[in-house]
Write a protein that binds this ligand. Structure first.
Ligand code: GDP
Length: 451
């Protein structure tokens, strides 16, 4: 996410490090470098100009404060201005005061609407809402089936009275406006609190598409119209966003595919050009690769200042609190840390999603990106297989693991005795660490992450 932009900006700031005073030439040089980095990241020209003008004005006038050196002050200004173009503060979803909340999704074909529909439904469901998905994309082949699959994964019902275009039948049948309208009645009857309407997109902006989206908007009177845009579309982002603003007057923006090696220009342009806030970001194909958009956190990520808040939130969501309490209790009582506990901890780590993605949220990790890329997640899977091949007795009494037991476990888990030995060694290290924690109190620093 924003990897190259992030690298360029941090490299620029590095040249300012250690300077006691910034000359006008320093500032000019920095601003020119920021400008090039943004243009290379496909940020729209008017946005780049506004942004760099503000930076220059503030940097020239910046007082040298006691706490920050001039270089740090420039970083602070850039951070604040980035937050500003990303929208200032996070804007939460608006809900209807009475009756179901209607959320309509619009955007080009392939932008990620259907995928996002599932993620949003899943997110809202986890917050106690009772959403229903509506299949009003009757144009893209198999869009209706895809929404049904997504709905099933999210555990959310799908209203799909029409099949739309399918692989076997290329004519669109059924009227999406009618589908959307009837969906609202259905939602009221079935007492759903949120209705998410997936609509059709085209490969490019066209009049017919806009008219249909506009008609659906009129028919369902949505509380939110979310414009879904692929962050990778580069300079087309501006024209597309403007067309949708005229056509459907969206109330919010959803950025998708931020996980790709996106240059990120769309993200930085759309809000500034349209004035419409970014509400959500999509960072992968899986259901939970979804984030509420926080301008301040995104700016920190772009500047490689890390996004600790998102990291903590994701960890909290995915960490099994009951299991954590059980471990703490065990340690307090001075009970032995066993291989079963070790496995459970490893599984928790796995649940926390892609470790790579999480690690890149740590401050300063931009520079360690290469090592992170090489992190072997298969290692976790292998550990799991090994421990699962042990008997409960062995898991509780690792000392009993003699040569013949190790041989049996290796063949049972499709690994080698050397791999078992290495796992046992890592386990013993962890066990020692747990002992030290139980004795000394407090968490030790995570290895390799600094203190
Ligand atoms: P729609 O035509 O707007 O409904 O787009 P889809 O939801 O069908 O998405 C188009 C393609 O992009 C599919 O292959 C999705 O799996 C993929 N996709 C959607 N969102 C993301 C995302 O955030 N990251 C990545 N990498 N792929 C995505």
């Amino acid at each position: 996410m924003f990897a190259s932009l992030s690298d360029r900006l941090t490299a620029t700031f590095r040249t300012l490090r250690g300077k006691g005073r910034l000359t006008e030439a320093d500032i000019d040089g920095t601003v020119a470098e920021i400008r090039r980095a943004l243009l290379d990241a496909d940020v729209a020209l008017p946005v780049v100009t506004t942004f760099t003008d503000r930076i220059r004005a503030r940097a020239v006038g910046a007082e040298v404060s006691g706490a920050l050196n001039p270089g740090q002050q420039v970083v602070k200004i850039v951070h604040e201005e980035l937050v500003e173009i990303l929208g200032g503060s996070a804007r939460p979803l608006s809900f209807a005061k009475s009756g179901p909340t209607v959320i309509m999704l619009a955007g080009l074909q392939g932008a990620g609407k259907t995928t996002f529909a599932g993620k949003l439904a899943h997110h809202l469901k986890s917050q106690g809402h009772t959403p229903i998905l509506v299949a009003a994309d009757l144009q893209r082949p198999n869009a209706v089936t895809q929404l049904e699959v997504v709905g099933e994964r999210a555990g959310v019902p799908v209203y799909a009275p029409e099949r739309g275009v399918t692989r076997d039948d290329e004519r669109s049948k059924g009227d999406p406006v009618k589908v959307a309208k009837n969906a609202i009645k259905e939602a009221v009857k079935r007492q759903h609190s949120v209705v998410i309407v997936d609509t059709a997109g085209r490969l490019g902006v066209d009049a017919e598409l806009m008219k249909q989206a506009g008609d659906i908007r009129k028919a369902v009177d949505p509380d939110e119209v979310l414009f879904v845009i692929d962050s990778m579309i580069g300079q087309d982002a501006v024209a597309t966003a403007q067309a949708f603003q005229q056509g459907v007057a969206m109330t919010g923006v959803v950025l998708t595919k931020l996980d790709g090696d996106a240059r990120g220009g769309a993200a930085l342009s759309v809000r500034e050009i349209t004035g419409v806030p970014i509400l959500f970001a999509s960072t992968g194909e899986k259901l939970d690769e979804f984030e509420v958009f926080h301008p301040e956190r995104m700016a920190s990520r772009i500047l490689d200042m890390g996004d600790i808040l998102t990291l903590i939130e994701q960890a909290e969501q995915k960490f099994d609190q009951v299991e954590a309490a059980r471990m703490a209790d065990k340690m307090a009582k001075g009970e032995d840390f066993t291989l079963t506990d070790f496995l459970s901890q490893m599984q928790q780590l796995k649940n926390m999603g892609s470790m790579k993605k999480m690690l890149t949220m740590l401050p300063g990790m931009g520079q360690a990106r290469e090592q992170i890329e090489n992190l072997d997640e298969r290692e976790l899977t292998r550990t799991e297989a090994i421990i699962q091949s042990m008997t409960p007795y062995e898991r509780d009494n690792p000392k009993a693991l003699n040569g013949s037991r190790r041989l049996r476990i290796a063949s049972g888990s499709g690994t080698t005795v050397a791999q078992i030995n290495s796992l046992v060694k890592r386990f013993e290290d962890a066990q020692r660490m747990m002992k030290a924690m139980a004795g000394g109190g407090g968490m030790p620093a995570m290895p390799g992450m600094g203190g």
